[in-house]
Design a protein around this ligand. Structure first.
Ligand code: DAH
Length: 339
């Protein structure tokens, strides 16, 4: 190949190479351009082999030209590479940009259920007067739930409790009163306990839920009288509903207490007719029946005591002015977040 043709071809390779490098749009394209011109079988490499075979007098000019073409291509590749990397970084910065003005991910802080709050408040008041806390199982024997509490089979008082029977002699407890029995069977007198827990009755409407909560109270010692019951419940009412809340005892009947009563408080609140307040029933109570003492091996000649039982939902409804018991169990956050 004559030298002038080689020089012409070197010029053409340089032009083609620089043009295609300029047009490249990514690192891959740049690499294939490099291979096309400078690779082992690349256009410039092949021509340089030809230059190597030229006679000595023709070689220097062609060699120098070929080297400067190579240098120009290498420089173009290096510049392009810098440009591509800068562009890539720029687009990553845009892509991965974090908008720090965006609102943060919200998270909700949990809180205690209103029934938990009221239960804790009830326990706090009684524990401050020296009561301990006792618990029993939700699934209870018919004996503890009824019989030992002086409610024999076929006794009309069983109609008060529409009972869920697990089997003939096992029930979902209809009240927390069986915890009285368990406590007295396990401990000799004196006892003073409050017993919170779930209870079950086959009943459902705006004011009745098939599962609800009670707190039972029991105090037994030598010479406990009805005035002890009154004094303790007076403290409870005034702690729970305010120091000036009027209350009254009304005679009532429970098989496991004699005498028995219900306690009402005078309540001022929404929906109350003429500003005089309404009497609301808050709990049942009484002096422990001698038959109950006999059933647990306590001597009714030597000890006496009182018991009471209250509904937590009922208390919470009065305290917070809630008219539908089902709100407690629907877990609607708009309701729960108010407490
Ligand atoms: N166990 C009764 C009920 O569920 C409430 C009750 C009344 C409990 C009088 C007592 C009590 O301990 O003395 O309706």
């Amino acid at each position: 190949m004559p030298v002038d043709e080689i020089l012409k071809e070197l010029g053409a390779i340089k032009n083609r190479a620089l043009r295609s490098i300029a047009m490249v749009r990514g690192i891959k394209g740049l690499e294939s351009a490099r291979v096309r011109y400078l690779g082992k079988k690349g256009q410039l490499t092949s021509l340089m082999r030809v230059v190597g075979g030229l006679p000595p007098d023709a070689r220097p000019l062609a060699g120098q030209t070929a080297n400067s073409v190579k240098g120009a291509i290498l420089q173009a590749i290096a510049e392009k590479e810098t440009e591509l990397k800068a562009a890539e970084q720029e687009s990553r910065i845009v892509e991965e940009r974090v908008d720090i003005t965006m609102p943060g991910a919200d998270y909700q802080i949990g809180r205690k259920h209103p029934l938990t709050l009221v239960t804790e408040e009830i326990l706090r008041v009684f524990c401050s007067m020296g009561f301990g806390v006792a618990e029993g199982p939700d699934i209870e024997s018919d004996y503890n739930n009824f019989e030992a509490l002086n409610i024999p089979k076929h006794h009309p008082a069983r109609d008060l409790h529409d009972t869920f029977y697990v089997s003939k002699d096992v029930v979902l407890r209809t009240h927390t009163s069986p915890v009285q029995i368990r406590t007295m069977l396990a401990t000799p007198p004196p006892v003073a306990v409050v017993c919170p827990g779930r209870v079950y009755r086959c009943d459902a409407d705006a004011t009745h839920s098939p599962m609800f909560h009670q707190v039972e109270g029991l105090m037994v010692d030598k010479a406990i009288s009805f005035s002890d019951l009154k004094g303790i419940l007076e403290v409870f009412v005034h702690e729970m509903f305010g120091p000036d809340t009027p209350f009254r005892f009304r005679p009532h009947y429970f098989p496991f207490t004699e005498p028995s009563c219900e306690l009402d408080i005078l309540f001022h609140g929404e929906g109350e007719p003429n500003g005089e307040g309404v009497w609301l029933e808050v709990l049942g109570a009484g002096m422990v029946h001698p038959a109950v003492f006999e059933n647990v091996g306590y001597d009714p000649q030597k000890v006496s005591g009182f018991a009471f039982g209250l509904g937590v939902e009922r208390l919470a409804m009065i305290k917070y002015g809630i008219s539908d018991i089902r709100l407690f169990f629907e877990n609607d956050l708009r309701f729960l977040q108010q407490f």
